[in-house]
Design a protein around this ligand. Structure first.
Ligand code: OGA
Ligand code: MN
Length: 226
């Protein structure tokens, strides 16, 4: 079923809004958001053309070492074709401040149609203050839960195909994030079909005091913490 444009007008939904401290809700609105149509169909195609040949060689993994991700394959990529690098730069300038130290590797996460990302917080040893990415191939819902009030302070972000999402501020350290499977993916009571989704994710360097050793940052995939 094709989702009507109207359903896509609001890309953020606060569960139990009446229980949210007003300031926290406002801060979250300002620091965690989705931008629709951030890339064009042609840009999506071009990113896929560069990413697909590598992905095809990998098998989908049943689960991540700490069990956060199911049915995924992933890769880190540093060098990009010029036209795709332009898109990566656009993602970075949209989501980070001007003096950011960027992680040179871009994380590519290919989530199978039946794959899910369970609630987790990215490790402070490997990433900085902001996580941002674009979604290719499928719409999906990202759910944020306050780490101490997991069943109460919940925020959903609808990420249409080709949109950008950004998680910063308290959304980065005080909330877990997850990507819902198809059975849970509803928006305004309408089902959101979940197909295979590839995300192109940019991060900044961890704060100096939290940093893991340089080689670990550069060469290993980004681990998660619960
Ligand atoms: C991650 C993650 C989100 C995404 O890799 O840690 O949360 O957009 N990815 O795929
Ligand atoms: Mn994550």
């Amino acid at each position: 079923m094709k989702i009507t444009r109207k359903l896509f007008q609001n890309l953020i939904y606060f569960h139990n809004l009446e229980r949210w401290p007003v300031e926290l809700a406002e801060t979250m609105r300002a620091s965690c958001y989705v931008k629709k149509d951030f890339i064009t169909e042609a840009e999506e195609k071009s990113l896929l053309a560069e990413v697909e040949p590598h992905m095809k060689r990998l098998r989908y993994e049943k689960s991540h070492w700490d069990d956060a991700i199911h049915l995924y394959r992933e890769r880190e990529q540093r060098k990009w074709k010029e036209e795709n690098l332009e898109v990566i730069s656009r993602i970075r300038s949209e989501s980070f401040g001007p003096n950011t130290e960027h992680l040179t590797y871009v994380h590519i996460l290919d989530l199978h149609k039946d794959g899910v990302i369970k609630p987790h917080i990215d490790s402070i040893r490997y990433c900085g203050d902001v996580i941002t990415g674009v979604s290719l191939l499928s719409d999906a819902i990202m759910r944020l839960r306050h780490k101490d009030r997991k069943e109460e302070l919940i925020l959903d972000l609808l990420m249409p195909r080709r949109s950008l999402y950004r998680l910063g501020g308290p959304g980065r350290y005080d909330f877990t994030h997850e990507v819902l499977g198809e059975s849970e993916s509803t928006w305004n009571s309408e089902k959101v079909p979940r197909d295979r989704r590839i995300s192109i994710i940019c991060r900044d360097l961890p704060k100096v005091t939290n940093r893991a050793k340089e080689e670990e940052i550069q060469l290993k995939p980004i681990p998660e913490e619960n």
